[in-house]
Design a protein around this ligand. Structure first.
Ligand code: ASP
Length: 326
């Protein structure tokens, strides 16, 4: 039987009413006590108790280090986490804990576990059930669906099916207390743990009329890497306001520029439209079908590995953990 570690980090699942609104206040043991199942195989550790809007690279590194430290002693890890930035955390942990041999399953809820009809109880129970059976990897379990960590996006603010698997099949599901595999993959290589990320990465969503100066000036704010959510397949302005010129300026100054799409589904490409051709010549890197969350966190990780622009291009365009469909 696997021993499971529950790492509690806060979020709505742990919230209690406070003077100014909901505030994380319950620890892992208190969450476990509200479950309606045998949890003798689960041990708790409290990392912090935060609304996930406050979770930043410092907390990602703390979580990755805690998982790495526990990976020998435990057969699986469940992380309770706020939903608002859970997709970023799951993506980042995927890149910091590549090929982890045990399952690391993030879950949370839309309603606090202290509410009688909270979704937190089912989500945490399902996460523990999945943890007992799944192969290594980083995942999000929400409702009954299990999503690869680097493919999850929070698509709903309040509904119980808050997360979707984008451009990738669901890995598995939990139905009536049983884990059912759907698209499981075993880790593809040796476990690689990384403890550094470069945080000066910006994400810009273009709007019609975005000033090229706004893009150029990012260089002078210390940006080390940029992800641009362009229009459709990867379109940008090329007359009146020339985005390609500004992005070229950043690339010439050693800032990698990753082009992703404002569309949630399917891939971006710089090979189809004339409006994207100058970007390709300038050296912009297509994110293919990565989620924005995966593109941002992968770039933060890649920049911590190298500053060589060609090596970053290669890392960004190679599928490392299932984040890109080749
Ligand atoms: N604000 C909360 C958080 O992300 C929302 C949630 O957990 O659902 O911590």
């Amino acid at each position: 039987m696997r021993r499971i570690l529950l790492l509690a980090t806060g979020g709505t699942i742990a919230c209690v009413p406070g003077d100014n609104g909901l505030i994380p206040g319950m620890n892992g043991e208190q969450l476990l006590r509200l479950l309606d199942m045998d949890v003798t195989d689960v041990t708790c550790a409290d990392l912090f108790n935060m609304d996930s809007s406050n979770i930043q690279p410092e907390e990602w590194k703390q979580m990755a280090a805690a998982v790495k430290e526990a990976a020998d002693a435990y057969g699986a890890i469940v992380i309770t986490h706020g939903t608002d930035t859970m997709a970023y955390t799951a993506s980042m942990l995927t890149f910091l804990l590549q090929n982890i041999p045990i399952p690391v399953i993030l879950t949370g809820s839309q309603y606090p576990m202290v509410y009688p009809d909270s979704d937190g109880r089912a989500n945490l129970q399902n996460a523990i059930i999945a943890a007992r059976a799944m192969p290594g990897g980083v995942y999000i379990l929400f409702g009954s669906g299990i999503i690869r960590g680097c493919r999850a996006v929070k698509t709903r603010t309040t509904s119980l099916n808050a997360f979707e698997s984008i451009n990738a099949p669901y890995v598995g599901t939990v139905v009536d207390g049983r884990y059912i595999p759907l698209d499981e993959k075993q880790p593809a290589g040796d476990f690689l743990y990384y403890d550094d990320v470069v945080t000066d990465v910006a994400l810009i969503k273009l709007v019609p009329g975005t000033s090229p100066a706004l893009l150029r000036n990012l260089l002078h704010s210390g940006v080390k890497g940029l992800v641009v959510e362009a229009f459709g397949l990867g379109g940008v302005h090329n007359f009146r306001r020339d985005h390609a010129e500004s992005l070229k300026y950043l690339i010439e100054n050693q800032v990698p520029v990753i082009l992703t799409s404002q569309c949630l589904y399917e891939a971006s490409s710089l090979n189809v439209y004339e409006v994207s051709s100058a970007l390709k010549k300038a050296g912009a890197i297509s994110a293919f079908d990565m989620t924005t969350e995966a593109a941002v966190t992968k770039l933060m990780w890649a920049l911590s590995q190298t500053r060589d622009m060609e090596k970053i291009r290669l890392l960004m365009q190679t599928d490392l953990c299932g984040e890109i469909s080749v």
